[in-house]
Design a protein around this ligand. Structure first.
Ligand code: AP5
Ligand code: MG
Length: 191
């Protein structure tokens, strides 16, 4: 299996690159942000709780996202592999994911980190906020809070995978296709 953690700050291009990668490698795309927005759209209790935190740019509790990922792994037995997009976002989530995969005799193959500076992230998210309909893109203060959450709680997850010799960084600035080719270079070097 190819199990990729696509890592990076809000707006670094995780969703954009995931769409291209699932086509090339026939992987299942698991974005906890997309899963949470789908819960919100369906008006579930979990969605209602998550919405308050997401609209405020805060992370939702580890147990909530760990549970969603566990369900999706079970629902996709026989998959060629997974792209984890926006998950794990805390060290506790990374530990939970390792345990979940180990219980299925699987593991993370590699973490690819998309490196983009905060100024460019802000620019991209404000631009998307004009049309995405995502409440967390509409307000510069909420975007700033998401970046603070990233730097204070999430960025350190890179160290977790670095310690396992699984962290690979890619320049996330430039043409979408150039970033894609750099990721493909990393993935193909694993084979
Ligand atoms: P989530 O949905 O994961 O959002 P995010 O991390 O804030 O990231 P985005 O989806 O905004 O960015 P992206 O990296 O996917 O970039 P994209 O490709 O879209 O999470 C939302 C919220 O859910 C969180 O704040 C939290 O509350 C909650 N949540 C989710 N997962 C959680 C977890 N595990 N634990 C706890 N809470 C969780 O690109 C962004 C824009 O840039 C687009 O407009 C795109 O067109 C553009 N773009 C992409 N690539 C380029 C390029 N190379 N050049 C120029 N523009 C580009
Ligand atoms: Mg995304």
């Amino acid at each position: 299996m190819l199990n990729l953690v696509l890592f990076g700050a809000p707006g670094s291009g995780k969703g954009t690159q995931s769409k291209k990668l699932i086509d090339k490698y026939q992987l299942i795309h698991l974005s906890t942000g997309d899963l949470l927005r789908s819960e919100i759209a369906q008006g579930t209790e979990l969605g209602l709780e998550a919405k308050k935190l997401m609209d405020d740019g805060k992370l939702v509790p580890d147990a909530v996202v760990n549970g969603m990922i566990s369900n999706k792994l079970d629902a996709n037995k026989g998959a060629k592999g997974f792209i984890f997009d926006g998950f794990p976002r805390t060290t506790a989530q990374a530990e939970a994911l390792d345990q979940l995969l180990a219980s299925k005799n699987e593991s993370i193959s590699v973490m690819v980190k998309l490196v983009v500076d905060d100024e460019e992230l802000m620019h991209r998210l404000l631009l998307r906020g004009k049309e995405s309909g995502r409440p967390d893109d509409a307000n510069p203060e909420v975007i700033k809070k998401r970046l603070v959450e990233y730097h204070s709680k999430t960025e350190i997850v890179g160290e977790f995978y670095k310690d396992q010799n699984k962290l690979q960084s890619v320049n996330g600035i430039g043409e979408v296709d150039d970033v894609f080719n750099a990721i493909v270079g990393v993935l193909d070097s694993l084979r």
